[in-house]
Design a protein around this ligand. Structure first.
Ligand SMILES: Nc1ncnc2c1ncn2[C@@H]1O[C@H](COP(=O)(O)OP(=O)(O)O)[C@@H](O)[C@H]1O
Ligand SMILES: [Mg+2]
Length: 250
């Protein structure tokens, strides 16, 4: 297993609010990177309420729970979705996994650190909210993508998450992805509003990571449990993901 890129990236994808499109975006970004021949690992960071496996229609046998509880090597629980795209599944309905102790967290980090060199990109689709695992994954990642929609509560929750990441870990670099927008104008408005608030109250100047339009291809793909990037490559959402993917590679 040799990744073809020496500039490896660990990217967390989070939002504060749930239902804004993190999992859908993570899966399709991973797919886009894999079609460009990169080796991508997508970690389901929603440790207690996994979603990635459901959205991909996987029948998962092993999960990160075994890494935490039994010390199982994460390489042994990977699922290959397509050439180059691997998923590290989490468990669902396991409250203990959503509230790991400090020792368990350390063990998980340690196990993940030992496998990341096998990949060009490691994406973490985090849980909603501002729980410990969300904060920890965001701190572990070298780059943070915060997903938000034009919904005001998505904006306030994204702000809350960014504020905690700054005050607790002194993180200053944040990349905003505006999802579910009517058009580019709306995406720009949301980004500008968020930017103004972040700069005024936290002294943070976020980067614009891109925007994904509201597109029925996204909801259809969720229902058919296939990435829209594959099912509908010409859909507006797929074009947008390709643009974001190229920006990440630039
Ligand atoms: N750009 C979009 N256009 C249309 N529907 C979307 C879009 N992004 C997300 N959705 C819908 O929103 C729902 C929540 O998305 P999901 O990725 O599960 O969010 P999260 O992981 O943030 O909770 C999905 O059912 C999906 O169909
Ligand atoms: Mg999700």
């Amino acid at each position: 297993m040799t990744p073809n890129n020496t500039t490896q990236q660990i990217i967390s994808i989070s939002s504060g609010k749930g239902g804004v499109g993190k999992t859908s975006f993570s899966i399709n970004l991973a797919t886009a990177l894999a079609t460009k021949s990169y080796r991508v690992l997508l970690i389901d960071g929603d440790l207690g309420l996994a979603n990635v496996d459901v959205m991909l229609g996987l029948n998962v046998k092993h999960t990160l729970r075994e890494t935490v509880e039994e010390g199982k090597d994460p390489m042994g629980i990977l699922v290959e979705i397509m050439p180059g795209f691997f998923v590290l599944p989490a468990s669902s309905g396991v409250p203990e996994m959503a509230n790991l102790s400090y020792e368990e967290q350390a063990l998980l980090v340690d196990s993940l650190e030992r496998i990341v060199h096998n990949f060009d990109f490691v994406l973490v689709d985090t849980a909603a909210g501002i729980g410990e695992s969300v904060l920890w994954f965001n701190n572990w990642a070298k780059k943070n993508i915060t997903v938000l929609s034009p919904d005001p509560t998505a904006m306030t929750d994204a702000y809350a998450l960014i504020k905690i990441m700054k005050t607790r870990y002194n993180k200053k670099d944040f990349n905003l992805l505006i999802n579910n927008v009517k058009n580019k104008k709306e995406a720009k408005e949301v980004f500008d509003n968020m930017s103004t608030v972040l700069e005024k109250f936290l002294g943070i100047k976020p980067c614009f990571q891109g925007a994904i339009p509201q597109d029925t291809a996204v909801s259809q793909a969720v229902r058919s449990q296939k990435p829209f990037f594959i099912a509908k490559p010409k859909a507006r959402a797929s074009m947008a993901v390709m643009e974001i993917c190229n920006k990440i590679l630039a």
